[in-house]
Write a protein that binds this ligand. Structure first.
Ligand code: CP3
Length: 345
């Protein structure tokens, strides 16, 4: 085990080091549980407008870093910036979540275009530059994108879904149309992540939030293959930028993820048994996770006990402390301070 010295602890772990204490950042560490976020949000227009306003998005990115001194700052944006960049109408309604002008059939792909994409997503590059200029030198700036399958669910369902009936109808009736959409998203996502890298992000996380709704052969085709294509292109052009994949809900399909090439880290959702993950993934793989966000919201003895359990199970190899999904809005901010204290104790 290496003692923590100087430098970016998150990058060292993603390069294969085992550090004690482990670096910590949290999915949705910026957001509605923070009073300073709610205050800023109340004086901005729509949520997408916030994502496209570099000064404000940079400020929101830095809010949890100032408050808690976390080891990673995740760019404040949203996975639906990519469909917006491709020309799809995207909006967010209070209490309802995202609303998109849903794609109905393969012919609707003609509405999506790469020309204009770079210009539409350019404000995100400016956010990254502003954050990099203000970030303490020990903190790693994490860029991100949604994975093609997950982003497709929103583009085809037009909103958050429970059944995924529309995208599954595409998948089972017209897989070539779905393939064309996924291919376009692979291209757009690589371009989008390269823009973030050029602007200064130092690591990437791919959010495959809906990895858990597919049978095994479909998981290979629509989760493994497109993510592998993105990772291969990024590794070829930016070998120094580590990539983390978060295939939420993949269950036993995490095994398929363990066979993927080119990953520096894997995000474990709350349901993954940590000791199983250690045995399943290569010893050099950085594992990230997987505290239940609701234990963080609860706090107290349960929080301390769960932090102890996860550290004991994952801390023997490269490990990044995180949640198994995003911080929930009900979380008392002081519980996050307590979590950081527990992890560094
Ligand atoms: O993690 C961070 O702090 C960085 C910012 C970030 C947001 N969304 C901000 C956000 C990141 C990395 C995301 C990713 C994202 N967005 C995912 C993947 C992760 C996951 O949660 O599974 C998904 C599926 C989305 C799409 C999305 N954006 C939905 C379904 C919603 C509505 C649900 C909700 O919580 O309101 C959003 C809105 C959103 N994205 C908010 C934030 C802070 C809340 C909007 C608000 O402030 O009103």
């Amino acid at each position: 085990m290496t003692a923590v010295s100087t430098g970016k602890t998150l990058l060292r772990v993603l390069a294969g080091s085992t550090l004690e204490p482990p670096p910590i950042w949290l999915m949705r560490q910026a957001g509605r549980y923070l009073p300073e976020y709610r205050a800023l949000r109340a004086r901005t227009g729509g949520f997408l407008e916030l994502c496209l306003s570099p000064a404000l998005a940079a400020e929101v990115t830095l809010q949890p870093i100032r408050r808690y001194g976390l080891d990673g700052a995740i760019l404040f944006s949203d996975i639906l910036v990519v469909p917006y960049g491709l020309g799809q109408a995207v909006s967010f309604r209070e209490g309802e979540g995202p609303i998109l002008e849903a794609l109905d059939h393969g012919g609707d792909l003609a509405r999506l275009a790469m020309d204009g994409f770079a210009g539409r997503v350019a404000p995100i590059g400016e956010t990254v530059r502003r954050v990099r200029a203000e970030l303490p030198p020990s903190v790693t700036l994490i860029g991100f994108a949604g994975s093609p399958w997950t982003v497709s669910t929103y583009m085809i369902e037009g909103r958050s879904s429970r059944e995924f009936g529309r995208i599954k109808a595409w998948l089972y009736r017209d897989p070539s149309a779905l393939a064309a959409l996924i291919d376009r998203l692979v291209e757009a996502t690589v371009a989008y992540l390269e823009l973030q890298i050029a602007a200064g992000v130092e690591a990437i996380q791919l959010f495959e939030s809906w990895a858990g709704i597919l049978p095994a052969p479909a998981f290979e085709r629509w989760v493994v293959t497109p993510n592998a294509a993105i990772i291969a292109q990024l590794n070829a052009r930016h070998p120094d930028i580590p990539v983390i994949l978060f295939p939420r809900g993949a269950g036993a399909n995490y095994q398929a993820v363990s066979r993927m090439a080119g990953l520096a880290g894997v995000g474990l959702d709350t349901t993954v048994p940590p000791t199983w993950a250690r045995q399943t993934f290569a010893p050099s793989m950085a594992l990230q996770g997987n505290l239940d966000p609701l234990v963080l919201a609860t706090g107290g003895a349960a929080l301390a006990e769960e932090v102890r359990r996860i550290r004991a199970a994952l801390g023997s190899g490269p490990f990044v402390f995180n949640l198994g999904h995003g911080v929930v809005p009900e979380t008392p901010p002081e519980h996050v301070a307590e979590l950081v204290r527990l992890v560094r104790a």
